[in-house]
Design a protein around this ligand. Structure first.
Ligand code: SF4
Length: 163
């Protein structure tokens, strides 16, 4: 990591596997990683590391943008769910959301693709695991954005929240 900065998070192997929390820096890259660290699995076993300067709200928004863009639109939970999650995360990032928006984001992200047979492929599950593991493991960062006293700052992760 840059300048010996501290670990913040990691994608163990493909963002659809979900994200590791800050206290999971020593997770073993083996086939038990899903069971032990509340991610979907090992995936590609090619980790992406985030340091302490990373804005995890912006990361979640950028990941949701990717999945909503990649949805082919055949299945309602994936087509609508990924768009809703992306729009809600944009609002949270910009400081325009409240706690009920954060709770709604969590509810959608946790349920989309979870019911077998409601989607054709695994993209909805991927959105689910990616977004909800960030929400669960970095909840404090999201809560600070929905406080009325929050003053928005410029994000540097991926495309603009307004894009
Ligand atoms: S779950 Fe797969 S098939 Fe269904 S809309 Fe999403 S990308 Fe398309």
């Amino acid at each position: 990591m840059r300048r010996q900065s501290r670990f913040c998070s990691a994608i163990p192997g493909g963002v659809a596997m979900g994200m590791l929390g800050t206290d999971q820096f020593d997770a073993e890259l083996d086939f038990d990683i899903g069971r032990k660290y509340n991610v979907l699995g090992l995936g590609t076993a090619c980790p992406t590391i985030f340091d302490e300067d990373t804005d995890m709200v912006a990361v979640a928004r950028n990941i949701a943008r990717f999945f909503s863009h990649e949805s082919c639109g055949q299945c309602t939970p994936c087509r609508e769910g990924s768009q809703w999650v992306y729009k809600l995360l944009c609002r949270i990032e910009q400081g325009d959301a409240r706690t009920k928006d954060l709770d709604l984001t969590q509810e959608i992200a946790t349920t989309m693709g979870a019911m077998p047979g409601t989607t054709i492929c695994g993209l909805a599950d991927g959105t689910n695991w990616a977004v909800r593991t960030i929400l669960n493991k970095f909840r404090g960062e999201f809560e600070s954005r929905v406080r009325p006293t929050f003053v928005p700052v410029t994000a540097s992760v991926g495309a603009s929240a307004k894009g």
